[in-house]
Design a protein around this ligand. Structure first.
Ligand SMILES: NC(=O)c1ccc[n+]([C@@H]2O[C@H](COP(=O)([O-])OP(=O)(O)OC[C@H]3O[C@@H](n4cnc5c(N)ncnc54)[C@H](OP(=O)(O)O)[C@@H]3O)[C@@H](O)[C@H]2O)c1
Length: 263
């Protein structure tokens, strides 16, 4: 299937590794012009170069911090000026810290709000005028299975990502007439540094090896394996592309069957 991304500008946030990187790579493989960003300038430059080498696509790297309103605006402005109208945006960032209700201060809640929810608002705001003017586009956010089944130690993530899901559903209704689509991708257990970090911490706590815990965790999944970053990246590239032109307001789980709810 041709995703019809050739020559289209796609912005991918938090893309130096993991699912952001995999999405940037899949879009570049499909011929998109990719604007990728994360905090670490060297890491994002290296990631962009790796994608250029593999695909020959036009790829630009920018440093930005999803918590910082000015750097989001700067990334979007530079992309529009240097690459042209944006047709796709992947909203993504690192996840908020783990912990229990009693351990979080107002500052922790505020930080999570800035990182996860306000960054989404600001990234959307930064590309909206250009998308409206150029006849539409697709905006996608990476959330978490915690929006369907809250995860005990990820309280901040559970709450803020539910807000993101609601934001995207609301905007799919409001901005459909502008031909701007809003969807979210729900990762289950995707094999990235983020998941490996969690496994390392939990295995130390339980006194078992990381390998043992990984086996135990993946055995509980219907597909019996963790997802790869590529599994997630392919789904994101599809939702960012015209191949999904009649899909808006949905949350697509890429979770190997992890989520047990019917809806
Ligand atoms: N992997 C999973 O199984 C899973 C499941 C559910 C939800 N999630 C969520 O999905 C998102 C992506 O996860 P991942 O597994 O792909 O993570 P990852 O492999 O650890 O990659 C995280 C990426 O985010 C960038 N980043 C972190 N904080 C940032 C910030 N404040 N501003 C801009 N960029 C930032 C990092 O680059 P720099 O360090 O250069 O900034 C890196 O490129 C996270 O929010 C994670 O919590 C993951």
């Amino acid at each position: 299937m041709d995703l019809n991304l050739k020559g289209k500008v796609v912005m991918v946030a938090a893309a130096s590794k993991g699912m952001g990187y995999a999405t940037a790579l899949e879009c570049a493989r499909e011929g998109a012009i990719v604007s990728m960003a994360s905090r670490d300038k060297d890491a994002i430059e290296a990631a962009a170069e790796a994608i250029r080498q593999e695909t020959g696509a036009q790829v630009k790297a920018y440093a930005f911090d999803a918590k910082d309103s000015a750097s989001i605006a700067h990334w979007a402005e530079a992309t529009l000026n240097e690459l042209g109208p944006v047709k796709g945006l992947l909203v993504n960032a690192g996840g908020p810290p783990t912990g229990q209700f009693d351990s979080f201060s107002d500052d922790d809640w505020q930080d999570a709000f800035e990182l996860t929810l306000m960054s989404s608002v600001r990234m959307i705001r930064a590309v909206l005028p250009s998308m409206r003017e150029s006849g539409g586009g697709s905006i996608l956010a990476i959330t978490s299975s915690s929006v369907k089944e809250p995860i005990d130690i990820l309280l901040l993530s559970n709450v803020m990502r539910s807000g993101v899901t609601s934001l995207f559903k609301s905007l799919s209704q409001q901005l459909g007439p502008d031909n701007i689509r809003f969807n979210t991708m729900i990762p289950g257990k995707i094999d990235t540094d983020r998941l490996r970090g969690t496994i390392k911490a939990q295995s130390a706590k339980r006194g078992i090896s990381e390998e043992e815990l990984s086996k135990e965790m993946s055995a509980t999944l219907p597909l019996q394996r963790f997802g790869s970053a590529e599994d997630a990246g392919k789904a994101c590239a599809f939702l960012l592309s015209d191949a999904s032109s009649y899909i808006t307001g949905v949350s697509l789980a890429v979770d190997g069957g992890l989520i047990k709810t019917v809806w």
